[in-house]
Ligand binder design. Structure first.
Ligand SMILES: [Zn+2]
Length: 305
């Protein structure tokens, strides 16, 4: 399944149009639908997950290439997906994309373009970045979000996970749940970084600027996309975080001005997602490997059969 998260995150215009066109061409060639879901690959072997940071073809990407070499966020994602028992290898690749700044999953490979990663770094370094998120957390949060989101597409395909709603929403939810479960103490900092990235996607840098957008019309085509809008994605991750640990995220919920009728249901939203993680993911997870690499991780145990 392709993904145009990057094109949306990097804004509209020619760059987004190029990625969208790329998505459409490949989507036509993909054997999606029942054939894919009917042949899930379930195995007993640890997944072979490889990081490949290709040398950039664009000299402007030398700095971001050097940054991702040995980046612990990438290695963490590799170890997380390697903790699943799968019979197919997964590659997580970074590379120059000829100006297309996106990220996607396709046929056993996650690809994240250097353009996308550089854009995250540039946004983090903005002098308009609010003081509730540090430069480092803004970068780590967006790096983690894109890696766990695209890797979630791989799990959905490899494990034949059934979906009642859009795969993009499921990938968002799986990514947020994984980040909350794996990083515990560090998660609030990463969630701040993710929230900031969605504010940037929305066209602002802080919550206080959102009212200025309320009279703006969003392009109708955006509602027709596979992803939820950036603000919906933002509130979804805030709600899931708040549901996982209300005390740790109370300030974020307040800052976001989430409607009380949504906020009051976040613990229930989190329970539903934890049930899905327990039912659909935990049976394929090597808990010892997970605990070895993420000592503080709290992942729901597989239901007894
Ligand atoms: Zn996606």
């Amino acid at each position: 399944m392709m993904d145009m998260a990057g094109s949306i995150r990097n804004g509209q215009g020619r760059q987004a149009a190029l990625v969208a066109a790329c998505v459409m061409m490949l989507a036509l060639a993909l054997p999606l639908g029942p054939a894919r879901a009917a042949e899930p690959v379930r195995g007993n072997m640890p997944a072979e997950v490889t990081l490949v940071h290709e040398p950039p073809t664009n000299p402007a990407h030398q700095a971001i290439h050097a940054r991702v070499l040995g980046d612990p966020t990438f290695e963490g994602a590799r170890r997380f997906f390697a903790a699943f028992r799968l019979n197919r290898p997964l590659v997580i690749r970074t590379r120059s994309c000829s100006g297309r700044g996106g990220a996607w999953y396709y046929e056993g490979a996650v690809t994240v373009c250097y353009e996308y990663l550089q854009n995250a770094v540039d946004n983090a370094r903005s002098d308009r970045r609010p003081d509730w998120v540090s430069e480092d957390d803004a970068i780590r949060g967006q790096f983690a979000d894109v890696l766990y989101h695209e890797g979630a597409h791989a799990l959905i395909e490899f494990l034949g996970i059934p979906l009642f709603s859009r795969e993009e929403d499921a990938a968002d939810t799986m990514a947020s749940f994984a980040i909350l479960a794996l990083f515990r103490q560090d998660a609030p900092a990463l969630i701040n970084g993710i929230v900031y990235s969605y504010l940037v996607d929305t066209g602002v840098r802080n919550f206080s600027e959102l009212p200025s957008l309320e009279s703006r019309t969003i392009a109708s085509r955006q509602y027709g996309g596979a992803h939820s809008t950036p603000l919906q994605r933002l509130f979804n991750v805030v709600c899931l975080a708040a549901g996982s640990d209300p005390a740790s995220y109370r300030a974020l919920v307040s800052r976001s001005d989430m409607p009380a009728w949504r906020a009051n249901g976040c613990e229930e939203e989190y329970k539903q997602v934890a049930h899905a993680a327990r039912t659909l993911l935990a049976p394929h997870l090597d808990r010892e490997a997970l605990q070895r690499h993420f000592p503080g991780a709290v992942w729901p145990e597989a239901a007894k059969r």
